[in-house]
Design a protein around this ligand. Structure first.
Ligand code: GCU
Length: 340
């Protein structure tokens, strides 16, 4: 049913676009419709953040713009929605950096396992908007630009059978995001990597096409993966942020005053998302444990780390574009270590 609705919505949009409503974006009220696509449910912190974005834009510029948010991959998977944003069929999409790697090499850095020493380091790097500005502009040639980031937590393995040591990953088939670096990471653990879109993961686990996946805790509840995978292991291999990405032509078409409004709306959306994130992780853990029967397993993180650390050097050699940011993050790792 969900699939049918998705296809219907995508079909309606495609038909509207094919009809050449270049004012596809004009409502009957004469307002310019701003379309935002994301992959999460309406209870997810990102959706709540985007509601704050909508509210602010409409408060400030409501006579001209109406913001419409399309959750649940209704307009297609992240990769598809990025293409729609590239062409300007829609205006914004929330996509994980793994999905941006094919457009700008620098984003590969976030797929590097055990890059940040802690969530504090991760947040402080990501919140340094001056530093991140350069990175945000790296997809300009592809026709889109990042306008802000959202926390997508720490990624951990979960499966149908318990993963207590790295050995338990051997021979397992694990879904990863469509990113070469994530494929390499899972292979370093001796598992087989199955790259696929987020929306396909539930059925793939259920039907035994894969043994498990890796993600933050909300995948268990918001995306219901806890119904089909009952063991979640805190090996903490990645912190991969999500990005709010905007069509560049649209951003460039804004007057300086309007641009400031969208920038502020993006900032507010992140503020809301970050505040909601911690709360929703706590709630997801309780729900997964008590209602879905998921067992949370604490593992020896260093044992996992050891197996994939050689990837740092390999990635740095293969991709010079990530070196600066890597160095910057290492400095932040050191700084926060000193401060602790
Ligand atoms: C998280 C993240 C998404 C990403 C997904 C995935 O849910 O927020 O942006 O697409 O993981 O694993 O594909």
């Amino acid at each position: 049913m969900k699939k049918f609705l998705k296809r219907l919505a995508a079909g309606i949009l495609a038909a509207a676009l094919a009809a050449g409503l270049s004012g596809c974006s004009m409502a009957t009220s004469g307002k310019r419709i701003i379309r935002i696509s994301h992959a999460q449910a309406e209870t997810h912190p990102e959706h709540l953040g985007l509601l704050a974005f909508k509210q602010y834009v409409e408060e400030q510029l409501g006579d001209k713009y109406e913001v419409q948010i399309f959750p649940n991959e209704i307009l297609g998977s992240a990769q598809k929605a990025i293409e729609l944003t590239q062409t300007g069929a829609i205006d914004f999409v929330v996509a994980g950096t793994a999905n941006l790697e094919t457009f700008a090499d620098v984003y590969e850095i976030f797929s590097m396992p055990y890059l940040f020493d802690s969530e504090d380091v991760y947040r402080s790097v990501m919140e340094d908007t001056d530093y991140m500005q350069n990175i945000y502009q790296s997809t300009d040639d592809a026709g889109f630009r990042v306008v802000t980031w959202y926390n997508a937590g720490t990624r951990n393995f979960y499966a149908k059978t318990p993963i207590r040591t790295p050995d338990d990953l051997k021979g397992k088939k694990i879904r990863v995001q469509q990113s070469p670096a994530s494929v390499a990471m899972v292979q370093s653990f001796g598992a087989a990597a199955a790259p696929m879109g987020f929306g396909e993961v539930y059925t793939a686990i259920q039907q035994g096409v894969i043994d498990g996946a890796e993600n933050n805790e909300l995948a268990l509840t918001n995306n219901k993966h806890g119904e089909v995978a009952k063991y979640y292991s805190y090996n903490k291999h990645q912190m991969v942020p999500d990005m709010l990405v905007g069509n560049l032509k649209f951003l460039n078409s804004l007057s300086p005053k309007e641009y400031e409004v969208f920038k502020e709306a993006a900032r507010r959306s992140t503020e809301v998302e970050l505040a909601e994130w911690d709360k929703s992780i706590d709630a997801a853990k309780v729900k997964a444990k008590t209602e879905m029967g998921v067992e949370f397993i604490d593992v020896d993180v260093d044992a996992f780390k050891k197996m994939v650390l050689p990837l740092h050097e390999k990635m740095l050699n293969d991709n010079p574009k990530i070196r600066d940011l890597y160095q910057h993050i290492q400095e932040e790792n050191q700084k926060l270590k000193g401060g602790q």
